[in-house]
Ligand binder design. Structure first.
Ligand code: URA
Length: 437
């Protein structure tokens, strides 16, 4: 087999066989296919696309390029959740302790934030001492003993994807549905869970900006998971404004804690209930959405969900004091209110701009090496549908650097769009996609 012939084949719009795709991934991972040939193939895929079988073969080849975790030592149905990334997305922080408190084991791999979206690991590190660098043995022991563990992605998990993603990033080939779906699913399948709940964000702050693209990506991922023998469902969720009110690390953790106490923002709470309900049904703990919702309410009201978060934080070396006293997270030196520049109804809040504002304050990474400030952030006081008058506070900035705060002040004000006519409050959940559809 020659890489040249395979590039030519895809360029002409023909399909690649499973053997050809395995050959490409295996040899690219080993360094035997150079980046320039792989770049040409990626561009051919970008324009010619891949069918379902090719996408599945690519996913499986990338999954098998490294270690596939064996979670058979964990009792029960292991359910994972993945979000395509959004602004203010602190879902895993509230969702995983709820699910674990309901008796479904959570064995999760998470990442750090990059660019305008945050990452679960950074947020968890708001608890002093907390680490996701735990051995496979500790990971499995913690899930068996307390029902929950979250680890960072090891270097040997789908290494082909790591190499390919870096190449796509510099060759303008990230935005292709088969490539995105296989990239995400190769890592999910290598993580070893039995069931997967996907949260595909849609809107200006998301990777996928339109409903059409988001649905296509969700369908592709659900199809891959189903063909790989996993229980799987996807939700398309709102990202035409940040999720919840808090954007930043410790402010998001505090909001997740409030949600675990039953006092979270409505949109965020709704999303957590929907995803947790699917996880409980996959886990076999409840057989209807109604029973799942009742069980979720029960662990929130009786404090077991919050206690589970504390137990999880302690088990991974963190100080659980802040679970019960989030108001004592280190404070920023300054706060500044952002007033509304006009009267009207909030129509849209450019989530990406809010994410970039948070990154500018120091709360996110511009490059993988950037150090982040966990204390800075933005608290949105008004969201889509709110009626505001000129001068009303739209948001509060928490910062440690006045110059940076000046910069983001205007960014936040400009991120708000208004309408003279009444605007309805959008539903956070846009669509549910299952293999049966
Ligand atoms: N996230 C991934 O892991 N891969 C992609 O291709 C896009 C987003």
């Amino acid at each position: 087999m020659r890489m040249y012939d395979l590039i030519e084949k895809k360029k002409m719009g023909k399909r690649l066989s499973d053997e050809e795709i395995s050959f490409i991934i295996e040899n690219y991972t080993k360094g035997e296919i150079p980046d320039y040939q792989m770049s040409a193939l990626l561009m051919a895929i970008y324009f010619q696309g891949m069918d379902k079988e090719e996408t599945l073969a690519l996913t499986m080849a990338m999954r098998d390029s490294g270690e596939v975790l064996d979670l058979s030592g964990i009792h029960g149905v292991k359910v994972d959740k993945h979000s395509t990334g959004g602004v203010g997305d602190k879902t895993s922080l509230a969702l995983t302790p709820i699910v674990a408190a309901c008796g479904v084991p959570v064995a999760k791999m998470s990442g750090r934030g990059l660019g305008h979206t945050g990452g679960t690991i950074d947020k968890l590190e708001c608890f002093p001492g907390f680490t996701t660098e735990i051995s496979d043995e500790t990971f499995i022991k913690n899930v068996n003993e307390i029902g929950i563990a979250i680890a960072g992605q090891t270097a040997n998990l789908a290494p082909a994807d790591k190499k390919l993603y870096a190449l796509r990033d510099v060759t303008a080939t990230v935005n292709q549905i088969s490539l995105i779906a296989s990239s995400i699913m190769s890592k999910k399948l290598a993580s070893g869970s039995d069931a997967i709940v996907l949260d595909v964000k849609t809107g200006n702050g998301a990777f996928m900006k339109t409903m059409e693209d988001s649905v296509a990506l969700a369908k592709e991922m659900v199809s891959i998971g189903h063909l790989a023998g996993k229980q799987i469902v996807a939700y398309i969720t709102e990202m035409d404004q940040p999720l919840g009110n808090a954007v930043g690390n410790s402010v998001e953790v505090a909001e997740a804690i409030e949600t675990l106490k039953g006092n979270g923002p409505k949109d965020f709470t709704e999303l957590v209930y929907a995803l947790a309900s699917e996880m409980l049904q996959f886990g076999g703990v409840c057989d209807t959405p109604e029973k799942a919702r009742a069980k979720i309410s029960e662990v929130i009201e009786n404090g077991k969900a919050l206690e589970k978060l504390a137990e999880f934080v302690r088990a991974q070396g963190g100080d659980d004091y802040f679970v019960f006293h989030p108001e004592e997270f280190p404070k920023t030196a300054y706060t500044r209110e952002v007033p509304s520049p006009s009267d009207g109804y909030v129509k849209r809040i450019l989530a990406e701009d809010i994410g970039i504002a948070c990154m500018t304050l120091g709360g996110g990474r511009e490059t993988k090496e950037s150090e982040i400030d966990l204390s800075v952030g933005i608290l949105l006081k008004e969201k889509i549908g709110a009626k505001v008058q000129k001068g009303d506070t739209l948001a509060v900035i928490y910062g440690n650097d006045k110059e940076k705060m000046d910069k983001v002040y205007e960014m936040i004000q400009n991120a708000y769009e208004f309408d003279d006519n009444e605007v309805g409050i959008p539903c956070v959940i846009k669509e549910r996609i299952s293999p049966e559809q």
